[in-house]
Design a binder for this molecule. Structure first.
Ligand SMILES: [Zn+2]
Length: 372
């Protein structure tokens, strides 16, 4: 935990934020980031309990009756349902400490995928609203592999050596390939550069999480500076994405979501399919413009069956392939396409395959009905 985080927590606590007070109490009691101080820890928790904070009350109960001086609160204390419900209410009202706390608690529920996803969402919302503590929690969990936009994400960034070796080790174990953490971050950066947008605020490695997936999330649809980009190497492996070329193309897809985050598309499922297809198109475009090998991605995607949120593989590959061959043709003829002109070309192509898209969407709906 950084010194700024503790300073901020102390400031919020002394202004009477009960969650900040309780967090301070636990930190002092456990002595993990500051010198252990049982007396002050209990005093802060009591203060928070006096504001009727059930979570502080539960912690005090265990400190006094069960723990016998054991400093590990988080691992030993059972939190009551009422306390969780109360925390949830505060979190939904936007208390940053409640968001971070309950987020961490949910994420620790390894057996429950839905709760984990909720926890990650809470922590991310807290980060995007400026919570230093939530940033630290994510980093301590090994989920975040690079905080804040930097020219060279690995240069003198806040990514500590411990974190870096952790990511590298887990990459080796998972991939057994030569792709390094540097190539991962470079893959993300070059995808951002392709569109001329900033490096995301945060990059998250969700490969170890049950709820993990490769996606992009944010709060403000009109800003690039609060975007969080997540990747799940296990999921990508299933999609045949295991080389730097394939990885950076998938990141191009995610960055296209960033570029079009404020656009509403027409088409199946309130435009969701088209959000995906336009992102796939730009994956093909980049492959054609920069000579990046797209064959692995095509092989990985072509057999995916499609869902309400994602088009079927055949359609996705068709769009990618159009993007690639179309831009190659433009370059051959000496055109210098722009993002706008490429987007216009996509829209024209899209209307030419409208029947096919409708049919594919019906097929997906049909197979979902019949699977039941
Ligand atoms: Zn997508």
């Amino acid at each position: 935990m950084r010194k700024e985080t503790i300073d901020e927590m102390w400031a919020a606590g002394s202004e009477g934020d009960p969650f900040a007070l309780a967090a301070m109490g636990i930190i002092c009691y456990e002595g993990k980031h500051v010198r252990r101080d049982v007396e002050h820890g209990i005093a802060y928790l009591e203060h928070a309990a006096q504001s009727n904070l059930l979570w502080a009350r539960d912690n005090l109960y265990f400190i006094k009756r069960r723990l016998n001086g054991n400093p590990n609160l988080k691992r030993n204390v059972l939190i009551s349902r009422d306390a969780i419900q109360q925390m949830n209410t505060y979190a939904q009202q936007g208390n940053l400490y409640a968001l971070a706390m309950i987020g961490e608690y949910f994420i620790s529920q390894n057996q429950d995928e839905v709760l984990q996803a909720k926890g990650l969402e809470y922590l991310n919302i807290a980060v995007l609203r400026g919570s230093l503590w939530a940033e630290d929690i994510l980093r301590d969990l090994g989920i975040t592999s690079g905080v804040t936009a930097k020219e060279d994400p690995l240069g003198d960034s806040s990514l500590g050596p411990r974190m870096r070796s952790f990511v590298e080790r887990s990459l080796k174990e998972r991939f057994g390939s030569d792709m390094s953490i540097w190539e991962i971050q470079q893959g993300i950066k070059s995808a951002c550069d392709f569109f001329g947008i900033s490096y995301p605020k945060m990059v998250q490695d969700l490969s170890d999480m049950k709820c993990g997936s490769t996606m992009f999330c944010n709060v403000d649809r009109q800003s690039f500076s609060d975007d969080i980009l997540c990747y799940d190497l296990e999921q990508l492996k299933r999609l045949n994405v295991r080389t730097p070329d394939a990885f950076t193309l998938v990141m191009t897809h995610e960055c296209a979501h960033r570029v079009f985050q404020d656009c509403n598309f027409d088409g199946p499922n309130n435009g969701q399919w088209d959000e995906e297809m336009v992102a796939d198109y730009f994956m093909g475009v980049r492959s054609g413009m920069q000579g990046i090998d797209i064959r692995d991605v095509i092989r990985g995607f072509q057999n995916s069956s499609g869902s309400m949120s994602h088009p079927s593989g055949a359609l996705r590959v068709k769009v990618m392939w159009f993007g690639k061959t179309h831009v190659e043709e433009l370059l051959r003829r000496g055109y210098r396409p722009t993002l706008q002109s490429l987007f216009n070309d996509y829209m024209e192509f899209r209307s030419s395959i409208d029947d096919e898209v409708r049919r594919a969407f019906l097929d997906v709906g049909f197979s979902i009905v019949h699977r039941k």
